[in-house]
Write a protein of this length. Sequence first.
Length: 639
Amino acid sequence: MSDLLWRMLEESDIDGKYYLEKLLGSGSYGGVFLANEFVGDHFIRQVAVKLITPDADQQKRTEQLQELIAAVNLQHPNLVRCFVPGQCTIRRSDFLYLVMELAEGTLQGHMDKTKTLPVAEVEEIVKAIASALVYLHGERNPIVHRDLKPGNILRVGNCWKLSDFGLLRAMNSQKSERTNNQNGTHGYSPPESYDRVVAVSWDIWSLGVMIAEMLTGQFPFTGKTNEQLMAQVMKEPPSIDWSKIPEPLAEIVKGCLEKDRNKRPTAAKVLDAVTTKISTASKIEPVVPTAAKVLDAVTRKISTARKIEPEVPPSILKGKTTATPWWSIFAKNVTPNIDVLREFTFKVVTVDGKGKINHRETKQASYFTEDLGTDITLEMVYIPKGSFNMGAPASEAESNDSQRPQHQVTIKPFLMGKYPITQAQWAAVAKLPKIKYDLKPDLSCCKGNNRPVEMVSWYHAVEFCARLSRKTGSSYRLPSEAEWEYACRAGTTTPFHFGETITTDLANYNGNYIYAAGPKGIDRYETTPVGSFGVANAFGLYDMHGNVWECCADPWHENYDGAPTDGSVWDETCNDNRYHDSMDLLVKSEGKDNRSRLLRGGSWYDSPQVCRSACRVGVAPDFAFFYIGFRVVCVAAWT
């Protein structure tokens, strides 16, 4: 259909729920409309709706619908989120449709304005696309996109996302398959496409073309006719001004444009190459005091710190001096700058295997309030000492070997944020003087002062802790992975501190999915204000399951073989195998510590199985997305 014919569908509706406001664009596989979603007379949100002309052949039409259904089940932060597939009739014509999140623009539109892009921006885009391809290619039946091009890369919030799933091809686990059609877009299609061969290497070739195009403003193959283009792609080297492509991008492009598809790098290798480059290029020289000054400051701080008895939440004495240099925050035994802990009351519930609440209880816990200025405070809850079995048993549904072997860990008392760090708290600390990294006061996608901050990388979370420590004179940091799981479980051994399952009445996650025999719920499509469900765990902590993933201090390990049993951060670079302040680690590594770091708790974007107490994932320390946040801990003074 032409643009004109697609425009004739403007102001139509799909079953009285999606009202097509205006055509955003069209191509050989359909038209995309800005649409308003309604439930009855209530406006819900604006979305994008893609209409697809169904194939005349019934079997092929069924295959088209199956591809749309498959797209809805794909979930990755760098894939445009697809909500609802379906069939409809508009003005006596039949269509398939796909409801998707609304983007702000395309990479093609961005390139049309600027012709070429800065290297740093290209690296950001390559990282996003490669991350999405790692996910698609890593499925049990690998998925090939087959139409990777700037028009299918969309900007949603602060993220670049891969879209247009009309050509998705799921492989049956083998390395390649044959197809009856070449498909794809000329100029981005690899040599094997002319032989009707489909493999994951198809997407890698297209990525190489895109990188060259973004940096040089030219296609690496410039045939004016299909025949000329095919001859160049099949036999000739790319025509590229290599002086415009710095390393490692030049090496990536050369690898991606290998004629022999078996010699091209995997998406994971591309991601690793560009991530390593970005991380090492962002080295920031630290302000490091002399060893003598550090030793003197730490010795004086430890010797003067007042201790507390860990059995009962006691008075915690002030440990702050006005003349303390900023680098003395690395002392381990700094007490919070308060006089006494106070009590608060909260509700705890548990559910049965089907998600029905079977027990309600009112509990009390101790806390103190840190003043961040301008009427913004941070509530820190006392977590008592104890021992627990860390990890998931083999019998726990959806668990895997990275969460095993289970092992007993003994935890010393500490204090932890009642909630994830909010956007208001983030903004207050982000305005404090910089230590190593710049912090943007307003960076979250889901806006709201009392919503958790997101779009935060591990490096930035550590910078936040360091600034907060310098302001307060107390030692704030990220929790160790063991501390986080201990605090989340709060004495429970079930998959969730709520019990054997979870519901969207108790936590914010993607309710289109269930865990065990639990019920389906709602998908809120965004974060919720912290504590809005009104129930905590037995320690008095809120939102430990869902809402945002929470950063931990530990580097990623494939499993728990050799894990420490004292609750410390598991980091082999620490000579005494004990916790070093996160900021201290960055100073020691001079910004070169690029090991993946732990995330815990799941998010609003995820299915419930990854919100379990034992679930763990690792991401690069500079990885920031709309589902990553954190909460802080503060260590009570002990030896």
